[in-house]
Design a binder for this molecule. Structure first.
Ligand SMILES: Nc1ncnc2c1ncn2[C@@H]1O[C@H](COP(=O)(O)OP(=O)(O)OP(=O)(O)O)[C@@H](O)[C@H]1O
Length: 245
């Protein structure tokens, strides 16, 4: 596989927090590749570096050493301004806690990234984005008037409206009940299958991971294992093995 067919690649990425005796190594020379058009789940015990991997891969944080490539662009070569533009134009991010603006309606939340990019999205464009996540009827509702699953779907519509190359999701179903979680996972699966997007999702849930094409398992800031075409049972068994060390 050539570099251009990889949506994201991390090469020997090292990331530490703090200094002196209190230094914590979050990523210990981690390498991982995420093919374009694929859905990958990232799993591992608490503190294994999953969120840090996502933050570095999305250009929200810079590694101490090693390289992060997004569609072949080495993020380390970009200054803050260019990194901000790249994040804005090519990356979508979805959080466990939705991070919607509570004073704005669903439609206003969804159009926000385009406004920030200096565009004036048409109502139709925003309507299409909300329809795509099954919320056409909820355009004028504020987050407080929506269920958790609906809020997350608004957040996904907001992340996708800029048509990013990669959508990063940090425990997107962590705050949802099983039914709403399933809707969100089916939506992410659909985004990959129908639109050829690339999704990288951190999760603790083997059932959520089973929606992905592959699962990458971390321990101590490194990739320890990998599964393709995972079933929930296989994922759970690997996690048990990892947690036992
Ligand atoms: N801002 C920070 N300052 C200091 N240490 C941090 C910071 N962020 C993360 N860490 C530490 O880095 C390590 C990796 O953290 P990270 O959040 O990436 O793990 P994780 O696998 O996502 O964990 P969890 O599943 O509990 O969310 C942990 O030991 C954590 O305590």
């Amino acid at each position: 596989m050539t570099a251009m067919e990889l949506a994201v690649e991390l090469r020997s990425v090292r990331k530490t927090y703090g200094s002196g005796e209190g230094t914590v190594t979050a990523l210990a020379g981690l390498s991982a590749a995420f093919p374009a058009g694929s859905f990958t789940a990232v799993m591992g015990p608490s503190g294994s570096g999953k969120s840090t991997l996502l933050q570095c891969a999305a250009g929200l944080d810079r590694p101490d050493s090693g390289q992060v490539l997004l569609g072949g662009t080495d993020l380390g070569t970009l200054d803050e301004h260019r990194l901000t533009l790249l994040r804005r134009d090519r990356i979508g991010f979805v959080f466990q806690s939705f991070n919607l603006v509570s004073a704005l309606t669903a439609a206003q939340n969804v159009r926000l990234p385009l406004l920030l990019a200096g565009r004036r999205p048409s109502e139709e464009e925003v309507g299409r984005a909300l329809s795509a996540v099954g919320l056409a009827e909820r355009a004028t509702h504020r987050p407080g008037e929506l269920s958790g699953g609906q809020r997350q779907r608004v957040a996904i519509a907001r992340a996708l409206i800029t048509r990013p190359d990669v959508l990063f999701a940090d425990e997107p179903t962590g705050a949802l009940d099983t039914r709403s979680g399933k809707d969100v996972l089916e939506l992410l699966r659909d985004v990959v299958d129908r639109h050829g997007s690339t999704v990288v999702m951190v999760t603790h849930d083997p059932v959520a991971a089973s929606y992905a094409d592959a699962v990458v398992f971390l321990t101590d800031g490194q990739v320890m294992d990998r599964l393709t075409g995972p079933t929930a049972d296989q994922v759970a068994a690997r996690m048990t093995k990892l947690e036992r060390g």
